[in-house]
Structures are given as C-alpha cells and as structure tokens.
Design a protein around this ligand. Structure first.
Ligand code: 13P
Ligand code: SF4
Length: 317
C-alpha cells in the first residue's frame, strides 16, 4: 500500500511538472483509472483532449485514441505509456483497402469508427464512436450511400436503428467483443431473468440481445445497447439489482464506482483487451519520467483527417 502511495505521489508530481493531463479509457486497469484526471469513453476523452489547456496529454488507452488527440491538437505533446497498445479492430482495414472500397462506391459518404488509423481517418468524411454512430449516420441525407467501417456489429446496429438499406458495412471486428457471443448472453440472461443487460454494440451478441427482447425472453426495457460512457450514466439510473455487462471487463470498475449497490457481472469474464492492459502502473511512470512514447501523426495526414474528427466531436450528446 505504501508503494502504491509512493507511485501515486510520483505520478501526480511528474504530471504537474510536465503540465500534463492524464486521460484514461474505461477499459484501463483500476489503478490507472483511479489516478487519471478524467476517465470516459472514446468520444468524451476526445472532447476533453481537444478542450484541455494542458500542453501535454498522456493518453492511457490505445494508440488510435492518442492519435486522435494528436490530430485534434497538433501543437500539443501527446504521450501514450506504451506505443505497442494497438487495436485489432483498427487493424482490420488499412487506407489502401478503404481507397479500393470507395472506388467501388463513388459518391458514397465514408463514416469511420474512431477505432481506425490516422491514415484511414484521412480518407474519411465523418468519424464516429459507439456513442454517436447512429446520430452521425442520421445526419447524412437519406438518399446518399454510406460506407460504414470497420466494425460489422456496430454497423449492423446502426443499420437497424436508422433503417437505412444504403449503408454498406465493412466486415471487421474487435476480437474481444466478437467473442462475447449470443448463446452465452442468452444462457446468462435466462439464469438472471430480472437483470438488466448492458451490451456494447461491438459485441457479437448485440443482435441476440435485441432478439431476446423482441421474443419477450427478456423484457425490452431491460436490454440496453450502450457505449462505455453511456453504461456509466445508465448505471446511476437503473433500478435493477443485477446488471449483466457485455463488454471488456475493465468496464466493471467504473460501473461499480458509479453504483456500488448494484451487482455488476461480466457476461464473459475472459473478455479482456490485452492492448488496453499494456498500460501498467510502471509504464505510466516511465512515460512521465521519460516523456515517452510520443505519438506523431504525419502533418499532411493529420490535416486531411482533422475535418472528419472535428465533425465527430460536434455530433451527438
Ligand atoms: P467506447 O468507449 O467509445 O464505447 O469504445 C469502446 C472500445 O472498444 C474502445 O476500444
Ligand atoms: Fe480495440 Fe477491441 Fe481492444 Fe477496444 S477492446 S481497443 S476495439 S481490440
């Protein structure tokens, strides 16, 4: 415990010295979330990064998140405690693949999930996150074709919510969320009939969750498809005693903090993102000591990506 206190003091001291703001995604390790100035989902953290007056942003999350902060604030120093913290979803499409896809659909509006590389964002019209994907697509005139990438499960959710059949979806997935499957969710929901279901739209089971609601297996008002930030908001509002949570397990920490009286249980407790967990307490300390790993985005790429990212932070609540 004493070592922890020493670690916390040192992190705070170095952050002050560097004029750094510490941001942590909801999937980070509990000790990283607890020391951060702000925790949140991808959209909230992008907005905070853009608005912050600190000269350095330390992004405790994965690489595309830190890149997004750098695109929005090219004059700030952006650090990530371990640059190897990638994302299997962002790796599921590259800029060449996107250019080829666009060539097959001339005139289509390209909507990219924030879980993409800066090069892919540079080929994009509007970025979105899980919390505003539906609003972003709804803002596009109904007669325009839309290319939605890279997540197939989020894409299916957006197509369902907007009722658009001119929305084409890339077949990418996040290995962590895709692994939380429908039969697993159905079995857990059957065993806990009064529980709320909080389901991230990247999950393989998102469609099954709505199917369970549609068939009356679970009352529809107990089934909620939510971004990680919206899960925290919903945790404070729910009257359920038990909530089954379908997303990366780091989420449980923030949910339990928000609503200590609720019993939050992971639908799949092996759903842990190894990239998110690369940001260890030791890595954060090293990052602040050494000013590493610094995130660079080619200025030409950042320039081309900035409009799409700005549109993302302007749309939705
Ligand atoms: P949100 O926090 O925006 O819901 O994103 C989830 C995610 O998978 C980030 O990697
Ligand atoms: Fe990427 Fe999935 Fe990890 Fe999120 S949980 S950072 S989408 S690999």
């Amino acid at each position: 415990v004493e070592a922890d206190a020493a670690w916390r003091d040192e992190v705070r001291r170095l952050a002050r010295q560097r004029d750094a703001v510490l941001l942590a995604h909801n999937y980070q390790l509990p000790e990283i979330q607890d020391i951060a100035d702000h925790t949140g989902d991808s959209l909230a953290l992008s907005r905070i990064a853009a608005a912050s007056e600190a000269s350095t942003i330390v992004f405790c999350g994965v690489h595309f998140m830190a890149e997004t902060a750098k695109i929005l604030s090219p004059h700030k120093t952006v650090l990530i405690p371990d640059a190897r913290a990638g994302c299997s979803l962002a790796d599921s499409i590259d800029a060449d693949q996107l250019r080829a896809w666009k060539a097959e659909h001339p005139g289509a509006v390209v909507v990219s999930y924030v879980n993409t590389t800066a090069e892919v964002k540079a080929e994009t019209d509007i970025c979105c996150t899980s919390s505003n994907a539906v609003d972003v697509v709804a803002s596009i005139p109904a007669d325009r074709e839309v290319l939605f990438l890279p997540d197939q499960f989020l894409g299916a959710h957006v197509r369902r919510e907007t009722g658009r059949d001119n929305l084409h979806v890339w077949a990418g997935e996040c290995h962590v969320h895709a692994g939380i499957n429908g039969p697993e969710l159905a079995a857990r929901a059957a065993a806990e009939p009064d529980a709320d279901l909080f389901v991230h739209p990247e999950c393989g089971c998102a469609t099954s969750a709505l199917y369970l609601a549609g068939e009356g297996v679970v009352p529809a008002e107990q089934v909620k498809i939510l971004s990680t930030g919206d899960m925290v908001t919903e945790a404070r509002a729910t009257h359920a005693k038990t909530v089954l949570v379908a997303t990366e397990v780091g989420m449980l920490h923030q949910l339990r903090r928000a609503a200590p009286e609720v019993d939050f249980r992971a639908v799949n407790d092996r759903a842990s993102c190894r990239y998110m967990k690369m940001i260890t307490p030791a890595a954060l300390l090293r990052s602040l000591r050494e000013g590493a790993d610094e995130v660079h985005v080619d200025p030409m790429v950042a320039e081309r990506a900035r409009g799409a990212v700005r549109r993302m932070i302007e749309i939705g609540k």
